[in-house]
Design a protein around this ligand. Structure first.
Ligand SMILES: *Cc1c(COP(=O)(O)O)cnc(C)c1O
Length: 415
């Protein structure tokens, strides 16, 4: 496609852009059970306006933008409170869960190298840990040692301990893990790490905000954050259940010394000292301002409210699925994630079910093994579950009648 010779007028341009979205999932109406999180139009509007005001400011160098330094420090401080990090805790904003996890892997590699001289490092992690750890191991040259989860989909600490050797630099647990939505036994995993002086990362990209507020709401939540001895770093995605704009996650380390293994500084070029807190160089202040603004707009009682709403919607959906003979819950939801498969996978294809749902405008995640569908239930879904369940029933009937099969699809795409 060639650039148009003459610029297009602003109104025409935005009309075109909006028209491109015609086939997209209508997330503002609660039709997306993955990829987008919303606590309602007022919160979305605050995020968008704050993003617009700081979109051009550059987090590469906060000397020029004390405003950005302040935004980052305050956002990270609040997340530190949520994580019970204490005064020693030290973190950075990143662009998302993937960048936070890449940094956890990089920091552990660096620590193993500097403190123990490890040159062929490995990471011990359950099969349920996020794909971004795999990416990090690949990018940074570590071996990924995947350990099967137990029958309850939770990490198996004894099997993890058996996989650890002198070259292990990092153990991983998730709170919760993405695929089945269950919380790993963080205290047991961290104890293995502490005993051997190995880093232990808790991936709370999904659950960091939700678990903080579920506990405050009186739900039973096992220890998962810095209150657990041995946990050295935790990731929390604000652009998920923090309900802020895309491009905001926090990686928090137990102290500044551990955080130092994350950063990178060089002067080996002709442009002077170049330092960076994470992967990127230039980075927009937009997501930082949006995170700060949404967090202050919602406030503590706002997060209690939206967390309770998401949990109610999740429980409502779980109850409906439990009552559907064709479907089987993979696990009881520990937070707000629901995964389910077919009661009889020989005769019922859940990917065909996902196709049928998408024809009705609902987008759910497809995953496996085993073939499963996945719903990330959030505040936007409160009041929408009845409509979804009605379409889910209709979709089950369609698939049963057609006995068709569908495509697995992908969690992330490369085109
Ligand atoms: C979403 C998620 C990630 C990756 O985060 P991105 O923001 O998509 O890069 C990592 N771990 C868990 C548990 C997640 O839910």
């Amino acid at each position: 496609m060639a650039l148009p010779q003459h610029g297009i007028a602003r109104d025409e341009l935005f009309a075109q852009l909006d028209s491109f979205k015609a086939g997209d999932v209508q997330w503002r109406d609660g039709h997306a059970f993955t990829l987008v999180y919303s606590a309602g139009p007022d919160v979305v509007a605050v995020a968008e306006e704050a993003y617009r005001r700081f979109g051009a400011e550059n987090g590469l160098n906060t000397d020029a933008f004390p405003s950005l330094r302040r935004l980052q420090n305050e956002v990270v401080d609040i997340v530190g409170e949520w994580l019970q990090a204490g005064p020693e805790g030290a973190g950075f904003l990143t662009t998302g869960g993937t960048e936070s996890l890449l940094m956890a892997v990089k920091a552990a590699r660096e620590r193993g190298r500097k403190e123990k001289g490890i040159t062929a490092p490995n990471v011990v992690l359950p099969t349920s840990a996020h794909a971004a750890f795999e990416k990090g191991c690949y990018y940074f040259g570590l071996e990924s040692r995947r350990v099967p989860v137990g029958d309850d989909w939770r990490a198996d600490p004894a099997a993890m301990a058996a996989a650890v050797d002198d070259n292990t630099v990092l153990l991983v647990g998730s709170a919760p893990q993405y695929p089945q939505g269950v919380i790993d036994p963080i205290a047991d995993i961290a104890a293995i790490a502490a005993e051997r002086d190995i880093s232990c990362h808790v991936d709370a990209c999904m659950g960091g905000v939700t678990l903080t507020y579920l506990r405050r709401l009186g739900h039973p939540v096992p220890p998962w954050n810095f209150e657990v001895p041995g946990v050295t770093s935790i990731s929390v995605d604000l652009h998920k259940y923090g309900y802020t704009a895309k491009g905001a996650s926090v990686i928090m380390h137990r102290n500044k010394q551990l955080r130092a293994y994350q950063t990178y500084v060089t002067d080996n070029w002709l442009g002077g000292v170049y330092g960076s807190s994470a992967v990127l160089g230039t980075k927009s202040g937009g997501p930082w301002a949006a995170a700060w603004a949404v967090m202050h707009f919602l406030g503590d009682d706002g997060y209690l409210r939206v967390t309770a709403a998401a949990r109610r919607a999740c429980e409502q959906l779980a109850a409906a699925i439990r009552a559907m003979p064709k479907l089987q819950m993979r696990a009881e939801p520990d937070t707000t994630l629901i995964a389910f498969g077919a009661t009889d996978p020989e005769t019922f294809d859940v990917y065909a079910l996902a196709d049928a749902l998408w024809r009705k405008g609902w987008y759910v995640d497809r995953q496996g093994p085993p073939p499963s569908l996945h719903c990330t239930v959030n505040a936007v879904h409160e009041g929408r579950i009845d409509a979804f369940v009605a379409d889910l029933r209709a979709a089950i009937d369609e698939v049963t009648a057609a006995s068709g099969s569908g495509q697995q699809g992908a969690y992330g795409t490369v085109e």
